[in-house]
Design a protein around this ligand. Structure first.
Ligand code: DGJ
Length: 739
């Protein structure tokens, strides 16, 4: 793997033998983009790839060269206003009111490994040989602003991580108005844009649409990455499927307001930009100050969407997530939220926990309602001290009792919030984000704390750390249940108010960092009303996240399928809940609820005491199965096989690293009768190995790949004696073991 700079042609070639990324210093000394795709051979000159032709009268050209205009040249980090009229990657407001800049090549360095991004989550290396980093310095000499474009190419992944560092070496403060993490000018627009969009309880559904001239984008301006759109997009060819064809995935390691955009110009060039949403953002950069953008990761695959996802999974599982729990199979938990909501006592919790323990559950999680004056969602947030009326032995006492039962204990927090009815708000009303003279919008009866203020983060750290020190807490669920409105910080001067959203998320990262450093063995699970902040930024601190408040198995199939586009299975929190389901009131078989949730960090979210003896038997079997196979389910190679967005059937599978064990999940929405035979073609198996399926028939790996696994069920005919009739929302797990 290497990064080359050819002095003569002034070109950069980043290649790891699988992909190549080519750039060139242009005649005006700015940086141009030449190619991104499958690896090509190294050459000392790629000038012939630079497309320059005389264009129409409307083009504004450089030095009267009618072949060279910024509007038509593919660029690396473009600015607006010197001939290019598309949306820029960078925009700097200067003291004289101008926003015109000219960032030209100054120098570059090539180093082994990957530097840390100060204060921001990012991918990392454990060994210098895993990656190489190119840092290209561009400078605007007039204002003394220096840009460092960082590119890290990984040896074993078709992934390129990018970010930009701004250093003000001038004498005057400037204001960064736009600072995208990446820009990629692609030579054509024959793509479909794939995005993960939705809303609360139906997060990350897969949408695709053909690119057309103009701008198509997804974004967030809510203060979180949001339920509505995920900071991920992919550009796929029309003919690209799950298993073959070209696709480029773009993912932003950031949890705040973002923009991911594809702008197609009238010559069919596609400009992809991704980064902090310029809407509502600006950053004052004083002389000597530095601003670091979040990191964006681009993944190229010519093996379809599965190929792209597997690269993201491997990279994010091993080189974004960190810490003690990164590689460890996750504990099977029971969370009391849907079992009790706010209506619990210590005795009731212990009752639930005892039954959970008897079935083999390893971790009991106490959700909302254990602190301050919290008996409903109108009070208590901010007061992270136990409610002794409800829990006479406090959290320490309860945790001790849970440990005595032989389980670990986990606790819910919502650290970024405050209720009006709380001691914290009564003492520090100004700590809640609000704009002077304006109404404070309420979301779930609560306000957002101003995490741009260090004293606020310090206070919350101290109160959480006290509990984590005092009580035997092995797991923390970090929730976040509203968006930011009336964005304004009492601590920031007028001209810096547009920094609040970014400063807020830096405060969140700071708290996560401090807590995970102080309590390295505690397993953190992120949550934001379900999947409202399910993004790579949080994954750096919390290796798993509650994917959605919707625990209905049928809805979850879509949510987990969409989530898997970018995120590893080990990061997807998935629980079995009661029926009728609390979100959609649907009744699904317990078997199917388990068969969906086991492709995630598995748990239960119900009172097991309310199940029948037969149902408890099923639960015990599910837990036994999960304990036997969670390593492969959570850390194996995941393949999507049939899409829930395209028909009545969904299928996906995982394959162990030695390819000797595979588990296929097959799901049917509505039952049909006397229907056709069904086969699902499997992936990832060794063709010449033999696999026994569910302890029965033996198939060749090649048969399963090319002919497929028979999934026809008894609904295709009359149900004979000894057969279980199939039903709506039916499902099946197939365990394949090499002979
Ligand atoms: C929203 C979360 O998504 C739920 O799982 C639960 O923790 C509630 N908040 C508690 O208020």
């Amino acid at each position: 793997m290497s990064i080359y700079f050819e002095q003569g042609s002034r070109s950069f070639h980043l290649t790891n033998g699988k992909i190549s990324y080519l750039m060139k210093i242009l005649p005006n000394d700015q940086l141009g983009q030449l190619y991104y795709g499958p690896a090509i051979q190294c050459r000392d000159n790629f000038d012939h790839l630079l497309e320059m032709v005389p264009r129409s009268m409307t083009a504004c050209v450089f030095e009267n060269n009618d072949r060279f205009s910024m509007e038509h040249v593919k660029q690396e980090y473009p600015a607006y206003g010197t001939g290019d009229f598309r949306h820029p990657a960078v925009r700097i407001l200067q003291q004289n009111g101008s926003s015109i800049t000219n960032f030209t090549y100054h120098s570059h360095t090539i180093t082994k490994g990957k530097p840390k991004l100060e204060g921001l989550p990012a991918t990392y290396c454990e060994d210098e040989s895993e990656a190489e980093t190119l840092c290209i310095t561009l400078k605007d000499e007039l204002i003394g602003l220096r840009l460092e474009l960082l590119y890290t190419l990984f040896a074993n992944h078709t992934a390129l991580a990018r970010s930009v560092r701004f250093v003000n070496e001038g004498n005057e403060a400037v204001t960064i108005d736009t600072a995208m993490s990446l820009n990629l000018d692609l030579p054509d627009s024959d793509y479909e844009l794939l995005q993960l969009s939705g809303a609360w309880a139906r997060e990350r559904h897969v949408y695709t649409r053909p690119l057309v001239p103009g701008i198509q984008s997804v974004e967030s301006a809510r203060g979180t990455s949001s339920h509505n759109h995920n900071p991920f997009i992919a550009l796929k060819r029309r003919e690209t499927t799950e298993t073959q064809g070209e696709v480029i995935g773009f993912s932003l390691i950031y949890s705040g307001n973002f923009l991911a955009q594809a702008e197609v110009d009238v010559w069919g060039v596609t400009r992809v930009t991704m980064g902090i949403n310029p809407f509502g953002f600006s950053w004052k950069l004083e002389p000597g100050a530095v601003f670091q953008t979040p990191e964006a990761v681009m993944v190229y695959s010519d093996m379809g969407l599965n190929g792209m996802s597997q690269t993201f999974h491997a990279l994010y599982q091993k080189r974004l997530a960190r810490g003690y729990w990164r590689d460890r199979p996750r504990p099977i938990l029971l969370n009391n939220w849907e079992a009790t909501y706010f209506n619990f006592t210590e005795e009731k919790l212990l009752d639930i926990a005892r039954t959970a323990r008897d079935q083999g559950i390893e971790l009991f999680v106490l959700d909302d309602g254990w602190f301050g004056q919290r008996s409903n969602d109108r009070a208590g947030l901010g007061d992270w001290t136990p409610n002794y009326t409800r829990l006479p032995n406090g959290i320490s006492g309860l945790a001790e009792k849970i440990e005595q039962l032989g389980m670990k204990f986990g606790l819910w927090f919502e650290p970024e919030m405050v209720n009006r009815d709380s001691d914290l708000f009564r003492t520090h009303p100004d700590w809640a984000i609000q704009t002077p003279g304006r109404t404070m919008s309420v979301g779930r009866n609560q306000y957002v704390l101003d995490y741009s203020r260090k004293e606020v983060v310090d206070y919350i750290f101290d109160s959480m750390a006290k509990l984590l020190r005092e009580a035997k807490i092995s797991y923390v669920k970090w929730d976040m249940n509203r968006c930011i409105t009336e964005a304004f910080s009492a601590k920031l001067p007028a001209e810096q108010q547009s920094e609040l959203f970014h400063r807020y998320i830096l405060g969140v990262y700071d708290l996560y960092d401090r807590l995970t450093t102080a309590f390295p063995k505690v397993l953190f699970e992120s949550c934001a009303s379900g999947g409202g902040r399910f993004d790579p930024g949080i994954l750096y601190y919390a290796p798993q996240g509650w994917a959605s408040d919707d625990s209905d198995a049928v809805e979850r199939i879509k949510i987990q399928y969409g989530t898997s586009m970018c995120y590893p299975i080990s990061s997807i929190g998935a629980h079995v809940s009661i029926v009728p389901n609390h979100q959609v009131y649907r009744i699904t078989p317990l078997k199917t609820r388990g068969n969906v949730a086991c492709f995630g960090t598995f748990g239960y979210e119900l009172d097991l005491n309310r199940l029948t003896a037969e149902e408890l038997e099923v639960v015990r079997e599910q837990i036994k199965f999960m304990k036997e196979y969670r390593e492969v389910l959570q850390f194996g190679t995941f393949y999507r096989l049939l899409s829930p967005f395209e028909g009545n059937y969904t299928a996906w599978m995982v394959v162990s690293s030695d390819r000797k064990t595979a588990i296929v999940g097959w799901y049917k929405i509505l039952n049909e009768v006397n229907t056709s035979f069904h086969r699902v073609k499997l992936r990832g198996l060794v063709p010449d190995m033999l696999y026994r399926v569910n302890g029965g028939a033996v198939y060749g790996g090649d048969e399963l790949i090319h002919i497929g696994l028979l999934t026809t069920d008894s609904s295709s005919g009359e149900c004979r004696e000894g057969q279980t009739p199939s039903c709506d929302f039916d499902s099946c797990l197939f365990v394949l073991k090499a002979e």
